[in-house]
Design a binder for this molecule. Structure first.
Ligand code: ATP
Ligand code: MG
Length: 260
């Protein structure tokens, strides 16, 4: 891995970019995953590379919904395994959710590599290694899911997911939660709860929220979920971007000031 000087003004961004590249070299991340990461980075620039209030609200609703679920499943793909393997395993543990490898570009080799990474990071069980069921409405390679995982899940967390597959899960009657930096993507618009944040910030924060919410009763959790409105969240994200860009334009970003 290339050594990135800590003094670099964009240290974090470069560090995670290296993780994605390393993930690809280790056979975890698909080539197309590099492009998806770049698209995410672009939206993160617009948002301001921090967790914004609508994302915080979506994370709270998501955690509450998963704590209330009967069979919650957290899906893992190649980008997620490269960026946040440890946090993924920890989040599944605190939420009592199952982990399932679920790949757009599925190859047995990549599935095996990702499973290894999850086990190395403390996973007790990893589903999706021998999927026997197919999500209706998708061609078979993209449709494979585990009978004991996504197939029977009531709530699924599918971060960095393709819009077509998100839609297919919604059609199956699943409650779908996604993490996606692009508020305009089909996934973002199809999901029941959309967390518009970088997964590298969202998962650590969701772990904190989960620990906090474990002390709440079902009716309190139900209230958090019922008060949540995903259309409003997506609108608020767009307004945040608009207002931030307006402010930057008015202040004059060409004056070499630090962005905030
Ligand atoms: P869609 O199919 O939903 O319209 P898409 O085809 O543009 O979206 P995909 O490659 O299918 O995108 O899905 C990846 C999504 O994940 C993109 O919207 C991208 O912005 C987002 N993304 C990439 N990296 C991150 C990250 N680190 N955190 C959160 N979201 C990310
Ligand atoms: Mg897509």
């Amino acid at each position: 891995m290339v050594k990135i000087p800590k003094s670099h003004p964009r240290y974090w961004s470069l560090l995670y970019r290296e993780r994605i590249i390393e993930g690809m070299e280790r056979g975890i991340t698909a080539k197309a995953g590099l492009i998806a990461h770049g698209r995410g980075e672009a939206f993160d620039y617009l948002i301001g590379e921090k967790t914004i209030p609508p994302a915080e609200r979506a994370m709270k609703a998501a955690v509450a919904k998963i704590l209330l679920a009967k069979h919650p499943v957290i899906s893992v793909n190649g980008n997620v395994a490269a960026l946040v393997p440890k946090e993924t395993v920890e989040l599944a543990k605190v939420l009592n959710a199952k982990l399932e490898i679920n790949l757009f570009y599925r190859t047995e080799e990549r599935v095996k590599r990702i499973a290894e990474v999850l086990y190395e990071n403390g996973a007790r069980e990893v589903l999706g290694i021998n999927p026997t069921k197919l999500i209706p409405g998708l061609e078979s390679e993209r449709a494979k899911v585990d009978e004991n995982g996504i197939w029977k899940a009531d709530v699924v967390l599918v971060p960095l997911e393709d819009g077509d597959r998100t839609e297919a899960l919604v059609r199956m009657g699943k409650f779908v939660i996604t993490v996606d930096l692009n508020p305009l993507s089909r996934s973002a618009r199809m999901a029941d709860i959309t967390i518009v944040d970088n997964i590298i910030r969202a998962y650590p924060r969701m772990i904190e929220i989960a620990k906090e919410f474990k002390t709440l009763g079902r009716s309190e959790l139900e209230e958090i979920v019922s008060e949540y409105d995903n259309s409003k969240t997506l609108s608020d994200v767009l307004l945040h971007i608009r207002d931030r860009l307006t402010k930057l334009a008015e202040e004059g970003i060409w004056r070499r000031k630090k962005l905030d």
